[in-house]
Design a protein around this ligand. Structure first.
Ligand SMILES: CC(C)(COP(=O)(O)OP(=O)(O)OC[C@H]1O[C@@H](n2cnc3c(N)ncnc32)[C@H](O)[C@@H]1OP(=O)(O)O)[C@@H](O)C(=O)NCCC(=O)NCCS
Length: 410
């Protein structure tokens, strides 16, 4: 069934959808437009954006005009941040000013550090600690969208680093303003200045995941800020949305599968057994991409370069063999459905190679994606209206509430 739904009229265009995913409400009491409604907003265009475009058929991701493969491996995180927040790449003097501004916002307040300390005492998951600390970033500051965005982007690496160290009984590392963003994050987590290769590999990762159309957490952020709430509230909500295993939580299990396989000869039998049991192979398939996720290519090349420069080459080779075997068996099992490698497979390999424990995979995703959330919030505040869809009521009607003899009306 096909339908056309107007979600809201943006300043740019009327946002419409044409979707085959229809809720199957066959009760004749429901009006026809509800019966044809797209399920879970699949295929619905709910806003217009200049920030990024996901072309699932061609396997292309465009970030503010640039193909992800042209931008992510070469630009600094600061350049990409400027691009998304200002709509164009910075001139050299603008880049210097922007870099200094961002670096000047890295330190955490005493209260945030105390909360992280308390959270560590309860062994809270790092992504939960990040959400708690994110909410506190507005304390003691005037609410201002641009400032809030910059502060959140600058603070996320410090929060994750400080929390991971607290969890491991270590003191936080004092912030440094002379390191680029990606290098500073590595310094915050591991307490040592990273090599150029490590910093480059992480910057490539952060750039690759910084924005991806109207994904669930970005949509959550836009909905929150569309009420004219503040950017910190929106970012806090977005962290909550990212935490779910259907969104930001897949790279850990993808890596577990590579470790479980262990040696190339076991790849075929282990993967066949998983598919026989009806399990899904983590790191493969995508809701929107029907071809290989372009981010997987960018990260595969980054991982290849990084592992060749002194990483565990055996693990990289094993992962490649696992990928090839998985793709072959998925084609064999599901010839009618193109299931290709997605971003999570090589995310796991790259972040593991950089020394990140799997508990920090999702928080590290947030360190990159907070840029997209922030840029979307600013865009929504500038151009958007209140996002307020409707629901189809499918509950009962006409029930009678028995007031009882002793309950007078109030
Ligand atoms: C990402 C994902 C949720 C997209 O799902 P989707 O587009 O809605 O795909 P569907 O759920 O419609 O699946 C279609 C068919 O392909 C199968 N399939 C999809 N992904 C699969 C995978 N990774 N491994 C094995 N089979 C898979 C499904 O079992 C289903 O088979 P069926 O028709 O016999 O029931 C799904 O591919 C998945 O679970 N992948 C693994 C988790 C992952 O890597 N997530 C990170 C995404 S970036």
């Amino acid at each position: 069934m096909s339908s056309v739904t107007v979600i809201y009229r943006s300043p740019f265009e009327t946002a419409i959808c044409s979707s085959d995913a229809a809720i199957n409400i066959d009760n004749p009491r429901y009006p026809p437009q509800i019966r044809g409604m797209p399920e879970d907003l699949e295929g619905v265009v709910a806003t217009a954006t200049r920030l990024s475009h996901v072309d699932g058929k061609a396997g292309r991701l465009t970030i503010a005009g640039y193909a992800v493969e042209d931008l992510a491996p070469y630009a600094s995180f600061e350049e990409v941040a400027y691009l998304l927040l200002h709509g164009r790449l910075p001139e050299p003097a603008e880049r210097v000013r922007f870099t200094q501004d961002l670096a000047g916002r890295r330190a955490l307040s005493r209260l945030v550090l105390e909360v992280l300390h308390e959270a560590a005492a309860t062994q809270a998951r790092p992504i939960d600690a990040l959400r708690m600390a994110a909410a506190l970033l507005s304390l003691g500051r005037e609410e201002s969208a641009g400032d809030d965005a910059m502060t959140a982007i600058a603070s996320f690496p410090t929060i994750v680093g400080a929390y991971w160290r607290a969890l491991n009984g270590q003191e936080p590392v004092p912030v440094r303003s002379d390191l680029p963003h990606a290098a500073h994050y590595l310094h915050q987590v591991f307490g040592a200045e990273p090599s150029t290769e490590r910093a480059r590999a992480l910057a490539t990762y952060l750039n690759t995941v910084c924005d991806h159309g109207l994904n669930a957490s970005t949509f959550a952020a836009r909905v929150i800020v569309s009420t004219r709430s503040d950017v910190i509230s929106a970012i806090t909500g977005a962290v909550g949305a990212l935490k779910g295993p259907l969104h930001g939580g897949a790279p850990g299990p993808a890596l577990d599968m590579v470790f479980e396989i262990g040696t190339p000869e076991r790849a075929e039998s282990v993967i066949r057994a998983k598919l026989d049991r009806g399990e899904r192979l983590m790191g493969f398939g995508h809701r929107i991409y029907r071809v290989r996720d372009p981010r997987a290519d960018v990260l595969a090349r980054a991982a290849e370069r990084f592992y060749a420069s002194g990483g565990d080459q055996r693990l990289y080779d094993l992962a490649q063999q696992v990928e090839a075997t998985a793709l072959r068996l998925l084609r064999e099992r599901k010839p009618e459905r193109r299931l290709e490698t997605n971003v999570e497979f090589y995310t796991a390999l790259l972040l593991h190679g950089l020394g990140f424990p799997s508990e920090l995979f999702t928080p590290t995703f947030a360190v990159g994606r907070v840029l997209g959330w922030s840029a979307h919030c600013l865009e929504q505040l500038r151009d958007g209206r209140l996002i307020r869809p409707q629901s189809a009521y499918i509950g009962p009607t006409g029930l009678h509430y028995d007031r009882g003899p002793a309950r007078p009306a109030v």
